[in-house]
Design a protein. Structure first.
Length: 299
């Protein structure tokens, strides 16, 4: 069964394009740029091709094209102009829309063309911070409002993870140069959102530290095995949806009992769920960070 979303409301279009619904209606009425269908209750609905067209129009509009001029461009020529824009040096100004368009159409080529255009001017670190993080933040809202489907989210996040892994692998060819810390990166059980943790792993390796990346849904018992090989470990984890707010304090207690056998471990954590931690119950060996940047600055 194909569960990919094919029908969009005008609010979906507003969320994805950043163009107000009122403006979309004006463009639709005055310039005949979109042709919505209507439900039996007279509510506008838009097809996937209409959404694609609006994102293309938005990109041209933000690049200085007047809406009256866009309306005169043959529809088949609009995607060509968009691809010309994302291939220019000013691609960073349009990268978010290009990546969203890539996601909506499952267009891998557009993703890579946009990324490579950014890479001609920026480092991978800058691209991640300036483009991927805002994109990921926006995806969360789009997913919660049912504007995009899980298939869209998985498509774009898989491509971003691929880029993080490739850039990390380039650094891992070199042996670690710093021996004072060894980092173990893991996600707790049932936590699968690993983009943030992957990027932290990249930053740790970039700074010359040894990093042991364990990845998704790792039980505390499995972490105990590492204590047989290392005396001083810095564990790093990212709590996006797990542990849940009613279990997170208990999880940290269990972690301490299971890992802190010699009293020389540290655990650095960040992510959406850390807001539910009770600070007064937090042992000194556990440190909470509000952002990736804050954690990286502590390396």
């Amino acid at each position: 069964m194909n569960n990919v979303k094919k029908s969009f409301s005008i609010r979906d279009l507003e969320n994805l394009s950043g163009i107000k619904a009122h403006t979309i209606r004006i463009w639709e009425k005055r310039y005949d740029l979109l042709s919505p269908e209507r439900t039996s209750t007279n509510i506008r609905t838009y097809s996937l091709s209409s959404l694609q067209k609006l994102l293309n129009i938005t990109m041209l509009y933000s690049n200085g094209y007047k809406i009256s001029k866009i309306a005169r461009i043959p529809e088949k020529d609009i995607p060509v102009l968009v691809r010309e824009i994302v291939s220019k040096n000013s691609v960073e100004d349009h990268a978010l829309n290009a990546f969203k368009l890539s996601m909506i159409n499952f267009d891998q080529s557009l993703f890579f063309n946009t990324y490579n255009g950014l890479l001609s001017e920026f480092s991978f670190r800058d691209i991640f911070k300036q483009v991927f993080i805002p994109l990921l933040n926006e995806l969360g809202l789009l997913w919660q409002t049912d504007t995009i489907s899980p298939a869209h989210e998985h498509f774009i996040t898989s491509l971003i993870k691929q880029k993080i892994i490739i850039n990390t692998e380039k650094l891992q060819i070199l042996a670690p140069t710093k021996r004072d810390k060894t980092f173990v990166l893991f996600l707790p059980e049932n936590e699968i959102h690993e983009i943030g943790l992957l990027f932290i792993n990249y930053e740790i390796v970039l700074r010359g530290y040894k990093a042991i990346y364990l990845g998704q849904t790792v039980p505390i018992d499995s972490l105990q095995d590492l204590l047989k090989y290392y005396d001083d470990l810095n564990f790093v984890s990212y709590f996006t949806v797990e542990p849940s707010k009613d279990k997170i304090n208990k999880y940290l207690q269990q972690f301490g009992k299971g890992i802190n056998q010699k009293g020389n471990y540290k655990l650095w954590i960040l992510g959406h769920q850390v807001q539910h931690i009770t600070p007064e119950h937090l042992p000194k060996s556990i440190e909470v960070f509000n952002s990736i940047e804050q954690l990286v600055n502590g390396l």
